[in-house]
Design a binder for this molecule. Structure first.
Ligand code: ZN
Length: 473
């Protein structure tokens, strides 16, 4: 999956319009959607047909899909148990070859690789991975300064004012981040003078790169940590938040979390001011106990998301209110806040059984908010009035595990909901009955690890990956 994506299948339909303006075009749209689904099944079937359990049923299911009848999804039948073998086949397929549906996520390739490789790690199957090839590929994506002057060029922050008809925004332009790129396509080669003209390294990519290197057992002693940490500190803003990339983008809890996780993995906190970060996080706790991605007092104008040179990689992860004030907590924001505070050492593990009153955050309100996210179907929602979604079984579940409140949820009901999102081809979907995707699959595995499912490694909830301390790493 490293530097190629499976090209889309060429078909006579590919030149036809897909915009739906009439009944005939609607029919065309349906045909294309069906064609896409069939192609997806062809990939899955090819890779899974070697598994004995697929051989008996594959032909019948293909007959159903190939018929001229109204298309009926055949991947919606829930399995009654966590089917580790199918998940291994699914992840191995993603590791070998990304389906063309992921082309739009090209810039997030390292994030997708993290889900596939760390997923195999969580399932105890890293023997399927070429660890040396993986670590070489990841290391090749790091941006390096030419010299010490480059590295220190961002020590002085410059404030620029951008104005247009629809935008008035102060942006602080920092020195460059010497972290990791998301993919080869965002890694421009140096010019003829050896100057790196477009450094696109990103905090989220750097987090994913280190997570992969950790998963494959690469020695962090060999990583250029000085460049990462020195340049990362330049991205921290006066209010404690972080810009994810030197040329500007959203500044919110997601990147405070990435910075904290990077420092934790590198075992060096010189890359951030923890006190400032803590103050920023505490300002994000909402009246309802959850955390928004930005402080509620943030002005409306600052939240305009037009100042995006590179689209934030973690935007696919959270329900992010991008054009208004975050007044209520969100699952993603709450996870980033609590996990960051835990990584930085501001809250203890299992804090609910210890010192609730002296905690830096309002724990009773937070616990209440988290427990109210479990819905009647057993799943977790990201915020009020949203449907249950596989990934929030991790985002909310991990918060509860960190706090010591996981014992208060209905684990059997949660398990039942997650099984309705488990695909018979392996992987998990966002909602019951949909096609699986790498993101929800990975967080399905982390959720089952929190549920202590046999066959899964224990999880480090604040890092969202295998608990390497149990491995002696
Ligand atoms: Zn989700």
């Amino acid at each position: 999956m490293f530097d190629e994506i499976t090209p889309p299948r060429k078909s006579p339909d590919s030149t036809r319009r897909v915009t739906v303006n009439s009944e005939s075009e609607l029919t065309t749209q349906r045909e294309l959607n069906r064609s896409e689904s069939i192609h997806y099944h062809q990939i899955l079937d090819t890779l899974l047909s070697s598994a004995p359990y697929m051989e008996a049923s594959a032909g019948r299911e293909w007959d159903q899909i190939s018929s001229e009848d109204e298309y009926q999804p055949v991947f919606s039948r829930p399995l009654s148990h966590f089917d580790r073998d199918r998940h291994l086949a699914y992840l191995e397929m993603m590791y070998q070859m990304l389906p063309h549906h992921y082309q739009k996520q090209e810039i997030n390739r390292i994030t997708l690789a993290h889900f596939a490789i760390s997923g195999l790690q969580l399932l105890g199957a890293l023997d399927r991975v070429d660890k040396e090839a993986v670590s070489n590929w990841v290391l090749s994506l790091q941006a390096h300064p030419r010299n010490e002057a480059d590295l220190n060029s961002g020590m002085a922050l410059v404030t620029k004012k951008f104005e247009s008809d629809c935008l008035e925004l102060d942006a602080i332009v920092c020195g460059e981040l010497y972290g990791f790129h998301g993919s080869r396509s965002s890694q421009f080669p140096p010019d003829d003078n050896g100057v790196l003209t477009h450094n696109g390294s990103h905090l989220a990519s750097t987090f994913c790169a280190l997570a992969i290197l950790k998963a494959v057992g690469y020695s962090f002693a060999n990583i250029d940590r000085v460049s990462i940490l020195t340049s990362m500190k330049n991205l921290q803003q006066p209010d404690g938040s972080f810009m994810p990339i030197h040329c500007g983008a959203e500044m919110d809890l997601r990147f405070v979390y990435c910075a904290a996780a990077i420092c934790h993995m590198l075992e060096d906190w010189s890359g951030m001011d923890r006190e400032k970060a803590k103050d920023y996080i505490l300002n994000c706790q909402s009246y309802d106990g959850g955390f928004g991605l930005i402080p509620g007092s943030e002005s409306h104008g600052k939240l305009k998301q037009v100042f995006i040179f590179l689209y934030s990689q973690y935007s696919i992860h959270f329900d992010y209110i991008s054009n208004g004030i975050c007044l209520s907590g969100t699952g993603g924001g709450t996870y980033c806040a609590v996990a960051s505070l835990r990584l930085m050492g501001f809250i203890e593990d299992d804090v609910l059984s210890k010192s609730v009153s002296s905690s830096v955050i309002n724990l009773p309100l937070l616990l209440n908010w988290c427990l109210q996210r479990q819905e009647d179907d057993g799943g977790f929602q990201g915020r009020a009035n949203k449907p249950s979604d596989t990934c929030y079984a991790f985002w909310i579940g991990a918060v509860l595990r960190i706090l010591g409140g996981y014992k208060f949820i209905d684990t059997e009901a949660l398990r039942g909901f997650l099984l309705t999102c488990q695909s018979q081809y392996g992987g998990f979907s966002k909602y019951p009955g949909e096609l699986p995707d790498l993101y929800h699959s990975y967080y399905g595995y982390t959720a089952f690890s929190l549920l202590e499912e046999p066959g899964l490694n224990p999880l480090c909830p604040e890092l969202g990956m295998t608990d390497f301390s149990t491995w002696g790493i």
